[in-house]
Ligand binder design. Structure first.
Ligand SMILES: C[C@@H]1O[C@H](OP(=O)(O)OP(=O)(O)OC[C@H]2O[C@@H](n3cnc4c(=O)[nH]c(N)nc43)[C@H](O)[C@@H]2O)[C@@H](O)[C@H](O)[C@@H]1O
Length: 413
């Protein structure tokens, strides 16, 4: 009990008095295995805000799902499972929003490596014709990867911890609703100390969408880990002539930041996120081919009197070298390459975050069509206080220069 309270109390400074009398409960979750890193970040905000709402009535802590087995993390030479959130994010900042703990911390405060109840969220078998919020325990519809052993325990991969960790109860739940809609169920239909919601992407934002201050509180709390920010900052200073003081992008405790559009100036470079690889199949018709990129970017460089371009991309080196050539000698083109030690330590996920961080500090940013990787950069720039015109941009395909530009999801406090 003592250990549990310690885990809950880390960083929480507004715990209402009545909570002291109730033992903390733990919410765990996971997302559809096929989803990428940046959609997972969005699902975190939904679940975090559910925990925020639960804490209005009783003490709950969110157990952070270890990172691993993400389709896009393709560097085979490095191990990329059981990664803690502290590798990518600043836990102190997350804890200024809600109580969180790493999965291994949860195991350490648990008497047994056991999760009491698992609910696997799924669709309604009969489909739906009108949107209404509802939830029902139902037969399982799809392959879910949980199996009941002879020991009556439920077994699963559990982020790579499945040899030890098990669940006592497993059920499928058809669910249609925003994240907060499951709160009464968690409070009144379950008394489990730990509840695991699998396929948590089924919980939608609802009224707590990108337009709401609550969304943005969750989003603002997702500050990148300092070791990654430092690498990005060093790169900015060394190659792009960019420092926070000069560029007016100084980061403070997020709960104290309230930047206005135009407060941030950004470094003297244009950044572009060029999503390639599987994107060419998924959205090939909406993005330009490599040789068109410089043609489309040059006029923007001239307009903003910029001579440096930073490229964040998942494309192979040869494609980047080709792009560099196409820009010609007058434009300096950069890409971030980690040292082997940095790559080993911070993984593909960390390298991608460094790319996002450098893009977030550019004077002008151009993203890729509907990429969640680009969306998260746009949000970072909203937090820093850039003019929306310098952020919500994308390149059209080769035959078009007047395609629809990204929606301006501006920050709300
Ligand atoms: C086609 C769809 O695209 C969706 O991706 P999209 O929203 O761009 O964004 P993500 O869901 O983050 O997935 C893309 C992943 O590819 C890598 N990646 C992409 N761009 C860069 C980059 O500029 N630098 C670095 N270092 N890495 C990059 C990175 O691992 C990133 O998490 C996917 O979530 C869906 O599963 C599907 O694949």
């Amino acid at each position: 009990k003592k250990k549990e309270d310690d885990a809950f109390n880390v960083g929480i400074n507004d715990t209402p008095d009545f909570q002291a009398s109730k033992p903390v409960r733990y919410l765990l979750y996971n997302v559809n295995p096929g989803e990428g890193f940046n959609l997972r970040r969005d699902v975190y905000i939904r679940v975090a805000n559910l925990v925020k709402l639960l804490n209005d009535d009783e003490p709950w802590a969110l157990v952070l799902p270890p990172w691993g087995r993400i389709y896009h993390w393709q560097t085979r030479e490095i191990s990329q499972i059981k990664l803690p959130w502290s590798l990518f994010f600043d836990l102190e900042s997350l804890r200024r929003h809600i109580p969180v703990l790493e999965f291994e911390e949860f195991l350490a405060v648990s008497e047994k490596p056991m999760i009491e109840e698992v609910y696997y969220l799924q669709r309604y078998k009969e489909g739906w014709t009108k949107w209404e919020e509802k939830m029902d325990i139902r037969e399982c519809l799809d392959k879910h990867g949980y199996s009941k052993g002879k020991d009556s325990r439920w077994h699963h991969w559990f982020f790579g911890y499945g040899d030890d960790v098990y669940a006592n109860k497993f059920e499928c739940m058809s669910y249609m609703g925003h994240a907060g809609f499951i709160k009464p169920f968690l409070m009144h239909n379950s008394s489990a100390r730990s509840v695991f919601l699998d396929r948590a992407e089924s919980l939608i934002h609802g009224q707590y969408s990108e337009w709401s201050p609550l969304y943005w509180s969750g989003r603002r709390s997702m500050v990148f880990a300092k070791h990654l920010r430092d690498i990005g900052d060093n790169f900015r200073e060394k190659y792009l002539g960019s420092t926070d003081k000069k560029d007016k992008t100084v980061l403070d405790d997020w709960t104290k930041m309230n930047k206005k559009h135009g407060d941030a100036k950004g470094g003297p470079y244009l950044a572009i996120h060029l999503r390639r690889k599987d994107y060419l199949y998924a959205h090939g018709e909406e993005i330009p081919s490599i040789q068109y990129v410089p043609k489309k970017v040059k006029s923007i460089l001239e307009k903003h009197k910029l001579k440096k371009v930073f490229v964040a991309t998942d494309s192979p080196d040869a494609e980047f070298e080709y792009l560099k050539q196409e820009f010609g000698e007058k434009v300096e083109v950069y890409r971030f390459k980690p040292t082997p030690e940095e790559h080993e330590k911070y993984k593909d996920g960390g390298v991608a975050i460094i790319d996002q961080w450098i893009c977030a500090h550019a004077r002008y940013f151009i993203g890729s069509y509907v990429s969640t990787f680009s969306f998260r950069i746009q949000e970072e720039r909203e937090i820093l206080g850039f003019e929306p015109e310098m952020t919500f941009n994308r390149l059209c395909n080769d035959d078009n220069d007047t395609c629809e530009q990204p929606s301006k999801w501006t920050i709300k406090y």
